[in-house]
Design a protein around this ligand. Structure first.
Ligand code: 8YV
Length: 311
């Protein structure tokens, strides 16, 4: 008999076929209507941008593993899972390159106004007047908030562009790039501030009005991490009033129904949370998620466990 598995969110057909080959799948929406099989469920599969409510986990006495398709685990009740001895796996590393590529692509698109340039050509405006001048990346000061696996990949890829790099995080990692313990100082020195730290209580709203003020009217914010790291009200105000120059945003407070005030701003590049969304990367993530599930059911261990929280 296949073990019962609760699924949150949807997966592409080829991934779904593999889940269904190994597990007796119960969709979370069906479960909410009819929770009669709660006592059978041994696994949850989910996506890192969707919440696994603690109340749901509490209703599943036989739950042994939560396997998320993504590196983020800010929407998983880790302390509860640890207390209950539930394994939690994520898909680190396999998405680093895709997220770093999107980060740099978005930064260049914002600096060189690529969406506006495309519109300008399509609308036949080229023969009339030259496209306005934009900004270079070369020579800029870049501050990275969160130099984990993804942050490092972003930094490595930025180096050949001839920028000066500094970073802020929990600790000095003694790298070639300058560590800055004070986030405000990092923002003050930066022309471009890139957010690449994990979400969760520890980092919530760390990019607040003061940090944006420090970044200043010529500064640019890029967020490829989580909307929760940024005070979105403060960001919207700073963008609308020209107190920062612009932002490239792949993540927001409320996804996918983002704050409509963003649509009225010309100095933002908006993306629908696509950092890891390449065919190659999503296939690798799904593979790792499935391997974690199979490994847990085979040997009781996951391949890439999410570390248990300290408190
Ligand atoms: C995706 C992500 O949004 O890895 C993460 O933390 O947010 C993304 O890769 C999602 O988890 C894909 O299913």
């Amino acid at each position: 008999m296949k073990p019962a598995l609760l699924q949150i969110g949807s997966f592409p057909p080829e991934v779904q076929a593999q889940i269904d080959a190994g597990f007796d799948r119960i969709d979370v929406r069906d479960f909410e209507r009819d929770p009669s099989r709660a006592g059978e469920i041994r696994a949850i599969v989910t996506r890192s941008n969707l919440e696994v409510p603690a109340a749901l986990v509490e209703r599943l006495p036989k739950l042994g593993i939560i396997a998320t398709n993504g590196v983020g685990h800010d929407l998983i009740p880790l302390a509860l899972a640890a207390r209950r001895g539930i394994a939690v796996s994520n898909t680190p590393d396999v998405l680093n390159a895709a997220v770093a590529e999107l980060c740099i692509g978005a930064l260049l698109a914002l600096l060189r106004q690529l969406p506006q340039a495309d519109r300008y050509v399509r609308e036949g405006r080229w023969p009339g007047a030259s496209f306005p001048l934009t900004s270079s990346l070369a020579g800029k000061q870049v501050g990275i908030v969160g130099l984990g696996r993804i942050g490092k990949d972003i930094a490595r890829r930025l180096e050949p562009f001839g920028v000066a790099l500094a970073y802020h995080g929990r600790s000095d990692q003694n790298l070639a790039w300058r560590f800055e313990a004070d986030l405000g100082a990092l923002a003050r020195d930066a022309d471009i501030l890139i957010v690449a730290a994990p979400g969760g209580a520890e980092t919530a709203r760390m990019i607040d009005a003061h940090v944006l003020e420090a970044l200043g009217p010529r500064g640019i914010l890029v967020n490829v991490a989580r909307g929760s790291l940024v005070d979105e009200e403060a960001l919207l105000a700073a963008l609308a009033e020209g107190r920062i120059a612009g932002a490239a945003l792949d993540v927001f407070d409320r996804e996918p129904d983002i704050d409509a005030r963003f649509f009225g701003l010309e100095n933002v590049l908006l993306m629908p949370h696509i950092g890891s969304a390449t065919r190659e990367t999503r296939a690798a993530m799904a593979q790792l998620m499935l391997d974690n599930l199979r490994s847990w059911f085979g040997s009781g261990r996951v391949l890439t466990p999410v570390p248990v929280p300290e408190h």
